[in-house]
Design a protein around this ligand. Structure first.
Ligand code: IPE
Ligand code: IPE
Ligand code: MG
Length: 251
């Protein structure tokens, strides 16, 4: 970036936030287009500002001690958008990953790509792989970039993996259960989502992390993604800390 980067490095929020920090936060970064249109700008301008929201939010997660943060950047359904918007989102994702990987590395973040290869631009995959390699040894917050990700696609891919094991005689069909299916998810070692945040006021899941959200606490926030950042994340985490989770049991 040519101008002075407005993103402050990670710092620790109030003790109350750190105490409430969940292991895994998932974020549906929504509302870029509407944010831009409300200002008489093309939708793409909202995506550009969204880069800063992404970085500030990740800094907030690092500061609060969140273990994993999953960011929904491009869904398997987003291919339905106009060719020009898809082209912009692909090119911009590639550039953001390339330009931000080093900064995230300095913050101790480990970057991982979660999603499907088919259709995704080769250049995007290349940058994702490079960022994964660069940050592979980091032990801080893990940033799961969900690019060309769909919850149903992930479950279908896991089912195919299990079927292949049965077909090749490495597994009995009767041994398939929740645990074995979960082991075939894209990031099998990552714990279930504790807190899901969706910005922009829409109250839906849009095919995000369907398996991992089973017992997540949901927070639908009324601000568009370009206006989101670490303060809003911390507010959400604080509210999460006051929720009572029962997981089907009683307390
Ligand atoms: C989120 O903002 C970014 C992506 C889905 C890639 P949108 O582009 O969905 O913006 P709205 O929801 O139309 O305002
Ligand atoms: C979900 O947002 C996908 C991402 C944020 C990447 P969408 O804007 O695509 O979701 P819908 O179409 O409103 O459900
Ligand atoms: Mg949207």
């Amino acid at each position: 970036m040519s101008f002075t980067d407005p993103i402050a490095p990670p710092f620790r929020p109030a003790e109350e936030v750190c105490r409430a920090a969940p292991q895994h936060v998932a974020v549906i970064m929504d509302g870029n287009g509407r944010w831009a249109n409300a200002r008489g700008l093309p939708r793409t301008e909202g995506h550009k500002v969204g880069e800063l929201s992404l970085m500030d939010t990740v800094a907030g997660a690092v500061g609060a001690g969140v273990g994993y943060i999953s960011m929904y950047a491009f869904s398997t359904e987003n291919w339905r958008r106009s060719p020009s918007e898809v082209r912009f989102l692909m090119g911009y994702s590639r550039d953001v990953i390339r330009h931000r990987a080093q900064q995230l590395n300095e913050w101790g973040v480990r970057i991982r790509w979660v999603g499907r290869e088919p259709r995704l631009w080769k250049s995007v995959i290349r940058e994702l792989r490079a960022a994964e390699q660069l940050t592979a040894a980091n032990t801080g917050t893990q940033l799961l970039l969900c690019v060309n990700y769909g919850g149903r696609a992930e479950i279908a891919d896991a089912a195919r993996g299990l079927a292949l094991e049965v077909e090749t005689g490495r597994r009995k069909a009767s041994s398939i259960n929740e645990k074995s299916l979960a082991r075939h998810l894209y990031a099998a070692d990552v714990p279930d989502v504790d807190l899901l945040i969706r910005t922009s006021g829409e109250q839906r899941i849009s095919n995000f992390l369907l398996w991992q959200l089973a017992y997540a606490e949901l927070d639908f926030v009324d601000i568009p993604w370009p206006d989101f950042g670490r303060e809003a994340l911390w507010k959400s985490i604080t509210a999460f800390g006051r929720r009572q989770r029962r997981f089907g049991g009683t307390n």
